[in-house]
Structures are given as C-alpha cells and as structure tokens.
Design a protein around this ligand. Structure first.
Ligand code: PMP
Length: 420
C-alpha cells in the first residue's frame, strides 16, 4: 500500500484507511518480545548440560546456595562490573525481584527505618518518582502496593535532575525512583555520567530513599555501544552504599521467562534480602544458572551473542524509522525517538491524538501498546505518547503495520485540526 502524501486530504486518507480495514489484517506492534529467529540463536542453551556439578562440586540438581552458584555470579559480575559477593542470582524474572523487594520494603522497611506500609495505613502513602514515559510494569508495582507516583520528565540525558534533586531534598515521603538507565523502555534514553553522579550524590530527606536501577537493556546495543557509569560504585563513593538496587536479567538475551535474573546492591541490603528470601525459598534454579554459564562461558561470548541479536533487530528498526521519515517528516504530526539500542521506538503524536490513533489502528487490525500505558496510572496528560515494539513481527508484517499506523496518525491529526 502506498502511504498517501503529506498533502492528502482527510477524505483521501479515510478512503485509504477503509481500503486497509477491508483487508482484515492481524498485525501486532505492542509486544516487546524477541522474534522466534532471535530465540533460535539461543537454542544450544537447551543442550548445554553435560554434567550437573558446579565448579566447587555442588550438585546443581539439589537444594542449596540461595544466592546463586559462584560461577554464575562471577560471569555476570565480570559482564557488568559488579561485585559477585554483593549479588543474588534469583529466578527467571527481574520484575519479580523488583516486586519482592518493594513489597519487602513495605512490609519490613530497611536499615531499621519504618516499614513503608506504615505510612499507607496512616493515610500518607510513600511516593516514587517515575521518569516518564517509562515501563508500565514498574508503575503497576507501585499501584499494587499503594505507592503514590510522581511523573518526572525524562530528557535526553536522563530524568529532569533539577526537579528530582529538589523533590527528594524536600519530601521525606519520597522513598524511591524507577530508572531504566540504558536504552530505556520506551524512549531509548541513556543516562549520562552527570545524571548518574547526581543520583548517587544527591541529598535526600528520606534516610531510606532507594534507586531502583533496572538495567534491563544494559548490553542491548543496536546502532551504537553506549557506556554507563557504575551507579553502585558512585553511590559508595558518595557515602550511600545502600542507596541502589541494581537489576538485570537474560530475558532479552536468551529466553524471556526462562532466563536468569539478578539483584546487586550494598552489603547491608544484600544481607537483609537474603534474610527475607530464606523465609521464601530454599534455592533458585541452579540448573538454569549452570546452563547459562556452560553456554556462554565468558562475557565476551555474551557480547558476541548480543551483536548477533542486534543484527536481527537492526533491519526492523531501520524499517520503522525510514517509514516514519518518509511518511511523517516535516508534517508536524509526530516526533519520534531514534534509539541506539533496546527494544522500542517512542513516538509522540500531536497533543490529544494518541488514543484516537491507537483506536483507529486497532480497528484496522494493527495492535499497539495502549496509549497512556507509558505513564503512571495510565495517564498521559498530553495524550501523545505511543510505544512501538518492532522486534516480534516479520519485516513484511512491520511494513504493512507501519503504513496503517502512519495513516492513522495523519487521520487523527487532521480530525483534531478540523474540530478546533
Ligand atoms: N524491565 C524492563 C525495563 C523491561 O522492559 C522488561 C521486559 N519487557 C523487564 C524489566 C522484565 O524483565 P524480566 O523478564 O527479567 O522480568
């Protein structure tokens, strides 16, 4: 289908839309899931077990070693520049580690401070800063646990730090901030060293203020390798060794839902967490940890694997970006991110057009992430942000879906123009 030119009238656009709708397509750009061809690159992982013994002679088939087998902690410590003794390899999901930790802070508090649920039941719930647009599942954790969310603009270098430092200095009820510091979901933002330093050094009114550092896309470079300053080292240097919980997982490296996830933090936090975990679980899946170690062996091999995954993703990102350029450049109908890596492209329609665009696309068989999902409480005040997930569809599907999506952006923009 040809994308109508930028001077096409609303009538002509609607004709093209009806034609597209008549094709009864079923296309999906909502899911940040790897395509089967990416998963195939990890197939050898399934056979990577010739013996079940770890390096120190532990039988990985049995209970034991709550914090994860040493060689697995060492592999990820070397990959990410972390201390293997201040790390716990959890189960198959970093999100569940995040939920468990925030829930533990609500129930038990940290460092001898009051449990956060105390504030909730006293009628003054604790608050988290939420750089937005951000990851909807972080926001769901807060909603589920009764934590109030304050949206913070996410700029090119990271969150608006003038606002962050002012708020955390003034308000002792602000206990946390969510950060996706590299190739953020959805905007592809990479935090600068200045932002990391400020987060690590800033004065906070709450003694138990915590940074939730979700480095989900920490090695997921597509166009350009971006370096990230080590937040745990920076926090330690500034005298706040317990300020940050650092999360990472292999969900988008090997198999989502069947990878390994980790948490790294200060010595006090790790000790506390092991205490809570020992009431929750005897040990996580060591066979999967061992399988990942046997399969990859070295950080260099993991990086080489990421380069192959990037080769799979790049043509899809290229296609989406070139379609946006061709269809929308110079129209003023939308602006969009040009990510260096990660899984998403973030697009902003004209204010007031995102919901309508997503609804039109759905009617024509193209499913996008719900408009608003990238903001706390699902509320995008400008009704403008839409997340595009190009990884799962084939190139042919993406091509067709983008034509319809661009058509819908134009129709929504012209409709709001006409109604003014
Ligand atoms: N954090 C971010 C920013 C994500 O985008 C995702 C997956 N979409 C996750 C965490 C989930 O990771 P896991 O599978 O390890 O729970």
């Amino acid at each position: 289908m040809d994308t109508p030119s930028n001077t096409t009238s609303l009538e002509q656009l609607k004709d093209a839309y009806e034609e597209a709708r008549g094709k009864h397509l079923k296309l999906n750009m909502s899911r940040g899931k790897p395509a089967p061809s990416q998963l195939d690159l990890s197939s050898a992982l399934l056979g990577a077990m010739d013996s079940y013994m770890t390096a120190d002679g532990t039988d990985a088939r049995n209970y034991g070693i709550l914090d994860g087998i040493p060689e697995c902690r060492q592999l990820f410590a070397d990959l990410l520049g972390l201390n293997p003794d201040r790390m716990i390899i959890g189960g198959n999901s970093s999100l569940s580690l995040m939920f468990d930790i925030v829930a533990a802070l609500c129930l038990f508090g940290t460092g001898g401070n009051r449990p956060w649920q105390h504030y909730r039941y006293a009628g003054t719930p604790v608050k988290f800063l939420c750089p937005s647009p951000g990851y909807d599942r972080h926001f769901r954790i807060c909603e589920e646990l009764g934590i109030e969310m304050i949206p913070i603009p996410l700029n090119e270098e990271g969150p608006d730090m003038d606002l962050v430092t002012t708020l955390v200095r003034q308000d002792p009820l602000i206990k946390g901030i969510w950060c996706v510091p590299l190739h953020s979901n959805p905007g592809g933002v990479c935090y600068s060293s200045r932002v990391v330093e400020e987060l690590a050094s800033m004065e906070t009114a709450a003694r138990d203020f915590r940074i939730f550092w979700d480095n989900a896309y920490g090695i997921h470079h597509i166009y350009e390798e971006v370096a990230l300053k080590n937040i745990l080292d920076a926090c330690e240097k500034h005298g706040h060794p317990e300020r940050t919980y650092y999360f990472f997982s292999t969900s988008k490296i090997t198999f989502p839902g069947a990878g390994v996830a980790l948490i790294a933090s200060g010595p006090g936090n790790i000790k506390e967490l092991k205490g809570h975990m020992s009431a929750q679980i005897i040990s996580y899946d060591k066979l999967n940890q061992l399988r990942h170690v046997r399969h990859f062996k070295t950080p260099e091999n993991i990086r080489a694997h990421m380069a192959m995954l990037a080769d799979e993703l790049r043509p899809k990102f290229d296609l989406v970006l070139s379609k946006l350029e061709m269809g929308l450049k110079g129209t003023g109908f939308a602006s969009w991110s040009r990510p260096k890596g990660g899984y998403f492209i973030s697009l902003d329609t004209r204010p007031g057009c995102a919901r309508r665009t997503v609804a039109l696309a759905k009617e024509a068989g193209v499913v996008l992430t719900d408009a608003g999902a990238t903001y706390p409480y699902g509320k995008d005040e400008k009704d403008s942000n839409i997340r595009i997930a190009p990884s799962y569809p084939t190139l042919e599907e993406l091509d067709a879906a983008m034509d319809i999506f661009i058509l819908c952006i134009k129709i929504a923009a012209l409709e709001t123009n006409n109604s003014k």
